[in-house]
Design a protein around this ligand. Structure first.
Ligand code: NDP
Length: 268
């Protein structure tokens, strides 16, 4: 039976998924059967490369930027989250062709400290990760507001997935129980900073949950500001671990060893 796995991206060398998943296989005692690698695939080669993977012994793959839309397009069947979000970060190769799933949404929900049902939530961003987060929060019954630098993209996203588009002043002045950064602010090398977002760090407070999908070396500026204000935090590494754990469960059917995965990611 096929036991190879991989993450497909472009670029992908920076991905922590191989060390995280390898640590998980070791903790589960299945490292002799399962392996996980990173494969750099240019967009024009993506469909051909995916088609060749099952014959090379791959049981499935994670898919990251810029292939998540294309991955859904290649699939023979899709889970509800992938179909609604319009993107897949997991492909499964089995006897019934290619299955597409989205564990970014489930991973995000699993990382939250509590049920977001009814919570006033602010999502910053309208790109791929924001689509998964907004879908997940709307699905769970949160009251979702979406701010994006390019307002038209927030309008389109909320038209499609639900939630309400808001402007910078509404975002900065609103009282939100949950704030989720799905922009590139804080991403090393992006040149985008916390100051580019309509957030007033002086208004972060205990009782609020602040989630930053972005991670780099050490704490992001957003996580630091929220921590100093006493807010509850979820950082980008925890989001990465949770989507990886949900992926692992899909491929292997085994309970993911979260602590081993967290340890591998924080040591990297
Ligand atoms: P996209 O490229 O799809 O979206 C980027 C978003 O950032 C857009 O909303 C864009 O706004 C916004 N943005 C870019 N520049 C600026 C700026 N100067 N000021 C304000 N907003 C800006 O990216 P993804 O959604 O795929 O990823 C977003 C972030 O989340 C990335 O940093 C990524 O690393 C991280 N991520 C982390 C994951 C994890 O596992 N922890 C998983 C997925 C993503 P506009 O529309 O105006 O261009």
């Amino acid at each position: 039976m096929s036991r190879r796995l991989a993450v497909l991206g472009h670029p992908v060398a920076h991905s922590l998924s191989p060390i995280m998943q390898t640590a998980a296989f070791e903790a589960l005692g299945i490292a002799g059967e399962w392996s996980y690698e990173a494969i750099d695939v240019a967009p024009e080669d993506f469909a051909g490369r995916v088609a060749a993977l099952p014959a090379e012994g791959f049981a499935g793959v994670n898919v990251t930027v810029p292939h998540k839309l294309a991955a859904l397009g290649l699939a023979d069947r899709a889970g509800a989250a992938a179909a609604a979000i319009g993107a897949a970060n997991v492909l499964v190769f089995d006897g019934e062709g290619i299955g597409a799933e989205n564990t970014d949404a489930a991973g995000f929900l699993a990382a939250l400290p509590g049920d977001p049902s009814g919570a006033r939530a602010l999502v910053l961003g309208a790109g791929g990760s924001a689509r998964a987060v907004v879908w997940a929060l709307v699905d769970r019954g949160a009251e979702v507001s979406v701010w994006n630098r390019t307002g038209a993209r927030a309008d389109e996203l909320t038209d499609e997935l639900g939630g309400t588009p808001i402007d910078a002043e509404q975002a900065a002045r609103g009282d939100f129980e949950l704030i989720v950064n799905c922009t590139t602010a804080g991403l090393p090398g992006s040149g985008v900073e916390l100051g580019d977002l309509p957030l007033d760090p002086d208004r972060f407070r205990p009782g609020q949950t602040v989630v930053d999908l972005v991670y780099g070396d050490g704490e992001t500026e957003l996580v630091g500001a929220a921590r100093r204000a006493g807010a509850e935090l979820v950082d980008g590494r925890e989001i990465l671990v949770r989507q990886g754990a949900a992926s692992l469960e899909i491929w292997t059917g085994l309970e993911p060893p979260l602590e081993a995965m967290r340890a591998a990611v924080s040591a990297a």
